[in-house]
Design a protein around this ligand. Structure first.
Ligand code: FEO
Ligand code: CA
Ligand code: CA
Length: 620
């Protein structure tokens, strides 16, 4: 969901825009950035072989490679509109697990009838709403059976309980239970994918599920209270670990807190930096649940409740009884997602975006080899160092350590640094970015981050190469020392507005979800106003190409009012799962998807299963 609230960052760190405009021209940005070391962590790719060894400044390049990677016929702009999805003629799709699908009993599915919405109890055993990041965990490498862990980021009040504002505790409970994540067993049966009802793995984690804390902040007074920690909220994008667990990222958690009638509240500096406001985002939970009332008494059992959100949460999909664990070493911010790679010495490295205008890109590096740490009973996500990114004008960059060892953070304890990572990064001098969304790692070790937009650029000098930057761009960098070093080089992969020309079918805006396959194809999903009447969409390009002439092909376009987000594949990459979030913006007048158009049925967020008609690799 595009919660474009403005900025909570009052620091004077140079914005990324300032850095970028330090260049004489955008071409220089593109050409002057990366000098790549051959840091290959996924092995050499098929794409490299296809390139016939041709090398450019950023690795293999060439038309042959481009054509070899992506051959499908794109969805024409004229077809990517209206209340139903569109897909390339070379592909097909089917719908899986819409919001309201009951984990056991099909008689208790919610099918979009505006007169009979889920009850709070039903919703605890139904797939949640706001489908977002997800990951497929195959059973023993299977391409037809496994677990899908999926985030439920957001639910519009009217869509969820039929009122624009909660009127009682049950309304709040339905909303809380529609958030969180689902873990579901799915299988391909008779050529089509289905939920395995009643599977022992089927699970809901929602806003009231008990959770635990781990890492340096776990026993801190900063998160202490007289209540059991509960819930995960605004679960946006995701990551996954080499040891087979799912990571769900808490983004706009501030929006669930508000000041109840009769309460009074003044924001602390820390609350202000995290965007808390008296009204929240209009969920109204604080009116009926003290936990979310910012004006609760200082000695309330929930006195630090807002510090219990904004974390990355680890869930073991294969162990439905294990409590989700909030991994505090990864810091607290509006976590969009996390891309995990194995760095030098087997250390775990996680790249993370904090999605707010003028907020930062972070990385975490585990203290040691992940296998050794686990063998000693330690989580690699509990012991390590957090950094924030500083982008220099000359195409170099630095990772700024966020720990008491950094003199710029004098006076902050490690617990404070992690709980208020934004404030620590302000002090350290990180570069404020244009809303960092998903991160992804290419086969050559480059790390990509989607910067969805920066409306401030509309007020900037029109002659500046990025002005206006209402449509976002994608940056990439290459870390030293196989992801574990303190320096990097960077350049711009693509600027979205470069694809908008008249007669140009490539158009896309507001890049958000990204994923790069082992061949080097990048899948870009959008969340924002597309140009030329298009719905939000997923396009595919090659990471062996870049710049204004990037060959961007539209694989899928969603429905009116939706956002395309979430991406995962089966091991053979012959099946891809993506999501449509808030189809029709929850309004049946705009879309009834996945129901056929009838003007009445409430649209439901759902997963879209994509296959190539010829059974080929997705994106090819
Ligand atoms: Fe949940 Fe920044 O998108
Ligand atoms: Ca977004
Ligand atoms: Ca997003």
């Amino acid at each position: 969901m595009d919660h474009d609230e403005g900025s909570s960052n009052p620091s004077s760190n140079r914005t990324f825009v300032d850095v970028l405009t330090g260049y004489a021209s955008r071409r220089q940005v593109m050409q002057g950035g990366l000098t790549l070391a051959a840091g290959t962590f996924f092995g050499s790719s098929l794409a490299m072989a296809a390139a016939g060894g041709k090398k450019g400044p950023n690795g293999p390049v060439g038309q042959d490679l481009k054509n070899g990677l992506i051959n499908f016929t794109p969805v024409p702009i004229a077809e990517g509109t209206g209340p139903m999805p569109s897909i390339s003629v070379d592909y097909q799709y089917e719908v899986l697990i819409p919001w309201g699908t009951h984990l056991e009993n099909p008689d208790q599915d919610y099918l979009g009838d505006p007169g009979s919405r889920p009850t709070p109890t039903q919703q605890t055993r139904q797939v949640g709403i706001g489908h977002d990041g997800m990951w497929f965990f195959p059973f023993r490498g299977s391409n037809t059976r496994g677990l899908l862990a999926i985030n439920h980021e957001f639910g519009d009040n009217f869509q969820v309980f039929g009122k624009s504002f909660p009127e009682n505790g049950d309304d709040v409970l339905i909303s809380q239970h529609a958030h969180g994540i689902s873990v579901v067993e799915i299988r391909k049966q008779g050529g089509s994918w289905e939920l395995v009802r009643g599977s022992e793995y089927n699970r809901r984690v929602h806003g009231n599920t008990p959770v635990t804390f781990s890492g340096p902040v776990a026993n801190s007074e900063l998160i202490a209270g007289d209540s059991v920690p509960m819930g995960t909220l605004n679960n946006c994008a995701n990551g996954y670990t080499p040891w087979g667990t799912y990571l769900t990222c808490e983004e706009n958690f501030n929006g669930y807190f508000n000041v109840a009638p009769g309460s009074s509240w003044t924001a602390t500096a820390e609350q202000a930096r995290y965007g808390f406001s008296g009204g929240g985002f209009g969920y109204g939970w604080g009116n009926f649940d003290e936990r979310f009332d910012l004006g609760r008494a200082d000695n309330s059992a929930f006195r630090n409740e807002e510090n219990r959100f904004g974390w990355i949460v680890e869930v073991d999909p294969f162990n439905p009884d294990a409590a989700p664990v909030k991994r505090t070493a990864l810091g607290r911010c509006k976590h969009e997602g996390i891309a995990i790679v194995e760095g030098r010495g087997g250390r775990i490295v996680g790249y993370m975006g904090d999605d707010e205008r003028f907020d930062y890109i972070y990385k975490f590096v585990s203290a040691g080899n992940w296998k050794s740490m686990r063998a000693q009973g330690q989580s690699p996500l509990d012991h390590g160092t957090l950094y924030a990114a500083k982008f220099n004008d000359d195409g170099s960059g630095e990772w700024l350590e966020l720990s008491p060892d950094n003199p710029a953070l004098a006076g902050m304890s490690l617990e404070e640094i992690l709980t208020y990572a934004r404030i620590a990064a302000d002090k350290a001098g990180a570069t404020p970015m244009d809303r960092p969304e998903w991160t992804a790692v290419a086969p050559n070790g480059d790390v990509y981050c989607a910067l969805t937009n920066n409306s401030r650029r509309t007020e900037a000098d029109a002659a500046n190469p990025l002005a206006p930057n209402a449509d976002g761009h994608i940056i990439r960098w290459h870390d030293s020392e196989q992801h574990t070093g303190l320096s990097f080089t960077w350049d711009i992969f693509v600027i979205a507005q470069d694809t908008h020309g008249e007669g140009d079918e490539r158009t896309f805006s507001d890049p958000d979800g990204i994923w790069i396959d082992p061949d080097g194809r990048i899948f870009i999903q959008t969340d924002g106003g597309q140009k030329k009447g298009l719905n939000n969409q997923m396009v595919v390009a090659s990471t062996y190409d870049s710049g204004p002439d990037l060959d961007v092909r539209r694989l899928f376009a969603g429905v009116t009012g939706d956002e395309i987000t979430g991406i995962t594949v089966t091991p053979d990459r012959r099946t891809m799962f993506i999501n449509t979030q808030h189809p029709g913006d929850g309004n049946p007048a705009l879309s009834n998807f996945p129901a056929a158009p009838d003007g009445v049925t409430i649209p439901r967020d759902c997963t879209i299963v994509i296959t190539r008609k010829d059974g080929g690799v997705i994106g090819s």
